[in-house]
Ligand binder design. Structure first.
Ligand code: HEM
Length: 399
């Protein structure tokens, strides 16, 4: 049996939240599992072990929470993200109904129209913040309409969601600042976002309707609403912003995409692989378990470092290179297995539609300034000021 390598790295300093890649490389070099005593976490930094854990929910359970802080894990026990089959299967089937791939037809016309509108306006201006003016647009208009919360809720959704993500890290300044905001959010979903106040055709109302049909316990509805609001906004906003930052830095890759739109799915995957918006979740071992000769006791909290796995040199050749012809459809940015992102078809649709309209109109992006987001659960850019060179010729193969 091998000894467990130990590291005292801090994954939650502002520097590590901004650029974790040197830390990830160090952890990967230490072994397939590394003990981080600072948080009493066992980190899996390499691709193969993260993927194996994701597809073995009986051993790697989500039911005791998937975050770092014990209080937060206790508070969110029972939401879809923090549950195991069979409860998970039932909740996910209700929650995932409007997000199924075949349901994307219903939302495509609105996403198309809104994408065209925002891209036309911003490109005509020539300079804009790709995070707040471009990437926030679809999640904050189309997605918040689809959830169907009353107005006060919509205005607060981004603030609430960011606070929920901040509370996923260990207790500390960011965590403490987020706590009252999360409290307000919880009160709102339980007391205000209830039938009568919510759009009767929205996703939130569908949860209550499913409960009326006996498919779900009524008292689960507020918690399931958190599953819609928290992961549907910032994740996609960061992914879109990351795509623009990467294409600004790699104009040759933008040229490739503009010339051949069949590369779009690969460009989306490569963006998510390179800059993974949700860099980690965790699981708890239900039994004693051995990982590559290292014994871990039942009850250990295991951190699945998606952001590191996606840059594992054992799995991807030259992993730090952005290459949209790589076709990395096996990346772990959406997780995998039982909990694989239920909103991934919507996220891909939003990303692909916006990038398609940009590819029609923009020959090149130049980054003027960027500001990293410092958040315990998310990674990416809070601001990305760019200028665009307008395309003189129409794109070669329209989307
Ligand atoms: C690029 C954007 C997105 C990224 C990177 C992302 C990432 C993830 C990841 C990594 C997981 C796996 C959780 C785990 O391993 O425990 C997940 C699950 C989930 N995502 Fe996403 N997500 C994105 C967009 C969305 C959207 C747009 C929605 C909703 C509209 C959404 C809703 C959810 C939900 C409800 C779960 C929990 C599923 C379950 O536990 O079965 N996500 N997401």
């Amino acid at each position: 049996m091998s000894a467990i390598p130990v590291s005292d790295v801090d994954l939650y300093t502002p520097e590590a939240r901004t650029d974790p890649y040197a830390i990830y490389a160090e952890l990967r070099s230490l072994g397939p599992v590394v003990h981080l005593p600072r948080y009493d976490l066992y980190a899996l930094p390499r691709y193969q072990e993260v993927r194996a854990a994701l597809t073995d929910w009986r051993t790697f359970s989500s039911a005791r929470g998937v975050f770092v802080d014990p209080g937060m894990n206790a508070q969110l026990e029972g939401i879809t993200l923090c549950s195991d089959p069979p409860e998970h299967t039932q909740m996910r089937s209700v929650l995932g109904r409007p997000l199924r791939q075949d349901r994307m037809r219903d939302v495509t016309p609105t996403i198309e129209a809104e994408s065209e509108r925002v891209v036309t306006e911003l490109v005509s201006r020539g300079r804009f913040d790709a995070a707040t003016e471009l990437a926030e647009h679809l999640p904050m208009t189309v997605v918040s309409d689809l959830v169907g919360l009353p107005d006060r809720g919509r205005a607060k959704m981004l603030e609430w969601a960011a606070a929920m993500w901040d509370m996923q890290g260990p207790a500390g300044k960011r965590f403490e600042a987020a706590a009252p905001v999360v409290g307000a959010f919880m009160d709102y979903v339980a007391q205000e976002a209830v039938p009568g106040n919510i759009d009767p055709d929205g996703w939130a109302a569908h949860l209550y309707q499913a409960a009326d049909r006996g498919e779900l316990a009524h008292d689960k509805c507020p918690a399931l609403m958190l599953d819609y609001v928290t992961p549907s906004l910032d994740t996609t906003i960061l992914a879109i912003t990351n795509a623009i930052a990467l294409f600004a830095e790699h104009p040759d890759q933008w040229d490739l995409l503009r010339a051949d739109r069949s590369l779009m799915p690969h460009a989306i995957n490569e963006t998510l692989r390179m800059e993974t918006p949700v860099p980690q979740f965790s699981r708890v071992l239900t039994d004693d378990h051995e990982i590559d000769g290292v014994a871990l006791p039942a009850g250990s909290r295991v951190a699945l470092l998606y952001g590191s796995a996606n840059r594992d040199e054992r799995h991807y050749v030259d992993p730090d290179r952005f290459d949209i012809t790589r076709r990395p459809s096996d990346h772990l940015a959406f997780g995998r297995g039982e909990h694989v992102c239920v909103g991934m078809h919507l996220a891909r649709l939003e990303m692909g539609t916006l990038l398609g309209h940009l590819a029609d109109r923009v020959a090149r992006f130049d980054t003027i300034t960027s500001t990293p987001l410092i958040n315990n659960g998310l990674r990416g850019l809070e601001h990305l000021e760019v200028t665009v060179h307008k395309a003189e010729t129409p794109a070669v193969s329209p989307h």
